[in-house]
Design a protein around this ligand. Sequence first.
Ligand code: HEC
Length: 156
Amino acid sequence: MKLRLATLALCAVATTAATSTAFAQQGPKPEDQIRYRQSIMNVMGRQFGMLAGMAKGDVPYNKDAAVKAAGLVDTLSTLPGPLFGPGLDKGAPTKASEKVWSEPEKFKAAYEKMQAEVKKLPAAAGDLATLKAAAGEVGKTCKGCHDDYREKEFRN
Ligand code: HEC
């Protein structure tokens, strides 16, 4: 009897440990991760779009707004990297090409190129002439990756 109780207690401990480990490893579901990465790209796209508009003269230049948007793009650009990791190629409709997962090194290089240019944005945004130059360089890196790794249509 004593032995049985001890065994039961041990089983309970083991079950609890297994459950919590599984939970810790699971994290957010792939579909949530995919939606999260798209949300970040969307906010980054909106903020960068405003800067590109100012650079082109479509939107009146405003120093405070430009510096704020540049800081946001800089911060947001650090987030999507891990959201293109293993297992996040499907689970929700996505425009990310399967090449992201078949050429991870090249994709990473495109991502790092973007980050290197985006880092220069906050300092450049304080003046229209420097913003024009910096936004042009950033825009090339966004487009470069989208041309290679973003599909026109959503896939599952
Ligand atoms: C290293 C590659 C890469 C770089 C660099 C990159 N993107 Fe993207 N972007 C993607 C991929 C892949 C998707 C599609 C994500 C998905 O649908 O899951 C995407 C999607 C988007 C979307 C659409 C989101 C949606 O829900 O349809 C916008 C907007 C966007 N990116 C803006 C930008 C801007 C602005 C930059 C530059 C500052 C940038 N991206 C840099 C790869 C990149």
